[in-house]
Design a protein around this ligand. Sequence first.
Ligand SMILES: [Mg+2]
Length: 185
Amino acid sequence: MFFKIVNFIPNDCLENIFQIDYNNLYKNGKRVIFIDLDNTLIPYDQIYINDKIEVLFEEIRSYGLEIVIISNNKKSRIEAFLNGYNIPFVYKATKPLNRGFKKALNIYSDITRKEVIVIGDQIITDVLGAKRMGIDVILVKPIKKNTEKWYTKVLRYFEKKALNKIKKYDITIYSNIISVIGEHN
Ligand SMILES: [Mg+2]
């Protein structure tokens, strides 16, 4: 189950979080977004939320979607990022394990997994984690890879292996992903 190839394939792949059609997600039945922090919202070398993201969050909420930040990083990192901005979050989520996703699901007791969309920049944490939970997921291109921590670089190695598996499984799916995130991922 853990290593099934389909669990490594995102439902969609986009350049960044601003390219996502959130209104369409709502129309397709999504009600809550579980969004990753590092290299999805901001790169590792930035600390705070910015105006562009705040405007996007307001737009997303205006469509009727709730937002939860779900990050493997520590509590202080996410609190610093939010800088007082009021949004629920799950820290040390241990993606791709179920624990963090379950915690996030518990925030909204009346929500089903089909009503959730995960957004993140890593196949091995965000995509695999979401898929194992039966949750749809959008992969975005990492904002800035050269400032990634050593443990993320390790995960990128396995990501490359997963992409090679996807290439053998379905060249069209592979090409679609690579066209967005780049060959040397
Ligand atoms: Mg990330």
